[in-house]
Write a protein that binds this ligand. Structure first.
Ligand SMILES: [Zn+2]
Ligand SMILES: [Zn+2]
Length: 166
């Protein structure tokens, strides 16, 4: 049985139907630009870090799986679709998606893979026009307020009880 302590890393999906924890540190934080990770993330790359199988615990709900190739399956929440796990089936490690962690800012990627598919304009990103949420003039204050007041995303910490929105 696992014990929650200060070395426990927690995370979960956007809707809160699936929560997980990892005992101890995550290793090998990285991003993968490969075309399969792009598609699985719905993003330009997938951020991942690893934990031994026996240190990863699903603490709420259950993971759904897509077998993306013979050696790999990818785990996600089947209610909200958040990608959660990369599972190289014959390995003793899983990887978790860093964006699903409660504190993604603590897991800085140290390597990148799949660079054959990296977006050629990544070096230009820091130069793009930049706005904080609600400060881009696209939404008026009422809309920003309405989103803040009706935020159905699970908070970035474990909860005793949580009503998943339909
Ligand atoms: Zn979910
Ligand atoms: Zn990949």
């Amino acid at each position: 049985m696992w014990i929650m302590n200060s070395n426990t890393i927690t995370g979960g999906c956007q809707c809160g139907a699936v929560r997980y924890c990892v005992d101890g540190a995550l290793t090998d934080p990285h991003i993968c630009h490969c075309r399969m990770c792009q598609k699985a993330a719905g993003n330009f790359f997938m951020p991942l870090a690893s934990a031994k199988r026996d240190r990863l615990h699903i603490t709420r709900g259950e993971i759904s799986w897509f077998r993306s190739s013979e050696p790999v399956r990818r785990g996600f929440c089947n209610h909200c679709g958040t990608p959660l796990i990369f599972d190289p089936l014959t390995s003793d490690h899983y990887s978790v998606t860093l964006g699903s962690l409660d504190r993604p800012d603590l897991h800085r990627p140290l390597k990148q893979f799949g660079t054959e598919a990296v977006m050629p304009w990544f070096p230009d990103l820091p130069g793009l026009e930049a706005h904080e949420t609600g400060a881009d003039g696209e939404m008026d204050d009422g809309e920003v307020e309405q989103i803040a007041q009706s935020n159905y995303q699970h908070p970035d910490h474990d909860t005793e009880n949580w009503d998943v929105k339909p």
